[in-house]
Design a protein around this ligand. Sequence first.
Ligand SMILES: C[S@@+](CC[C@H](N)C(=O)[O-])C[C@H]1O[C@@H](n2cnc3c(N)ncnc32)[C@H](O)[C@@H]1O
Length: 311
Amino acid sequence: MLPRAAGKPLLATLTAAPRCKPLRSLKPLTTPTRAASSSSSTRWRTRQSTDPYTAHAKLSGLKSRAAFKLLEINDKHRLFRPGDTVVDLGFAPGSWSQVAVNRTSPGGRVVGIDVIPAQPPRGANALQGNFLSAEIREGVRAFLGEEGRGRVRSEGEGVVELERAAAKEEEELDVGGRDHEDKKAGRTVNVVLSDMSEPWPLGTSTWVKSVSNPYRRMLNTSGIAARDHGGSMDLCMAALTFAYDTLVTGGHFLCKFYTGAEDHALEMRLKKLFEKVHRIKPDATRKESKEAYFVALRRRNGVSREEVLGE
Ligand SMILES: C[S@@+](CC[C@H](N)C(=O)[O-])C[C@H]1O[C@@H](n2cnc3c(N)ncnc32)[C@H](O)[C@@H]1O
């Protein structure tokens, strides 16, 4: 089991993704009923039951193994600070939001958006809708426009925390008129995360099975590299457009994508808006997957929309 400091929430003691033992040294959590099958749902179940990150996530009270990717990235790049506002795109089932709530406490605010209905983890807010829709993006911005909305207040300390967060914001952003530009543009978000994967409609029988578990259906990629790549580029562009509109100067952006012909162009856009851009594959990413992440640090001041988005 992972180390746990007495009296502290377990997440606070996790500093990095665990160095996992090789698969064969860990016993499967459950014995797969059929060792080999061509059914993708059976393969998914088998893979989950033998995956050490899945086992660690369960033991740590995390909603999914994806948490370890964000923990690793945050340990390296320090995305979060107490009091931050974080938007988590494609948040379900919610392990990134768990990490964000933990790392922005006290006084943070985490808002998750997902196309499927999902219960947000404790301390986070959830909005349901397809983020590719402009109307949904506008709804999210309206939610964020109310400063206190969705911010965690611990009993008796709420007002103090809010004041502390507001004071910190003023102190840190009142440099060279940057806060003025952010305020004028209505930008209030410190970190935008996107772990969205293109939803892929499976065959009828899986659809029926998935009614009680829509999350499983959404987890699948098509398996066709070009299609997954294209879909991920659309989702990344929607996330980047949103980040352009809402991220404060100095804010950070983290975005999942599937590698392919267009990712270089996306990287170039990111380099225009952010001081530093890294392309990474966290340890918890499955080796066979084409999944990777862009971590873009410190939004620059005064970059035009056209330069970044070509609009
Ligand atoms: C890999 S999961 C995210 C896992 C999450 N980061 C966690 O730690 O629990 C990808 C999520 O993206 C969501 N998604 C995909 N396309 C979306 C869209 N257009 N709008 C909103 N959510 C979307 C899916 O429903 C799915 O829940």
